[in-house]
Design a protein around this ligand. Structure first.
Ligand code: ZN
Length: 100
């Protein structure tokens, strides 16, 4: 891993506080960087193209019909039609906006 790569990982971790999948609370140390547009398809390794996902949700994004995209600088997750026929995007509440 190059220094710039680890810096980007930290920036993504700082935004999401770990896995950014709605309802998931796994910390950054359990999470991996997922490219919204795969680097094989020309997606950049840039904050607007990266989300943190734990191993379970990273696999889900690659092997199911869940879609992740960045809107207004934050990731939103679109469920498969069998979970939500209207496929309404879901977001994880930001940690500093959640009452504890
Ligand atoms: Zn997760």
């Amino acid at each position: 891993m190059t220094p710039s790569c680890s810096m980007r990982s930290r920036a993504v971790a700082a935004r999401g506080g770990g896995c950014e999948f709605p309802g998931c609370g796994r910390p950054p140390s359990w999470s991996e960087v997922h490219h919204v547009v795969g680097w094989q398809e020309g997606g950049p390794t840039a904050l607007q193209n990266l989300v943190m996902a734990c191993r379970v949700h990273h696999r889900l994004l690659h092997h199911s019909e869940w879609i992740v995209r960045i809107r207004d600088g934050l990731p939103e997750f679109v469920p498969p039609g069998w979970i939500d026929p209207e496929r309404r995007p879901r977001r994880k509440p930001l940690p500093h906006l959640v009452a504890s």
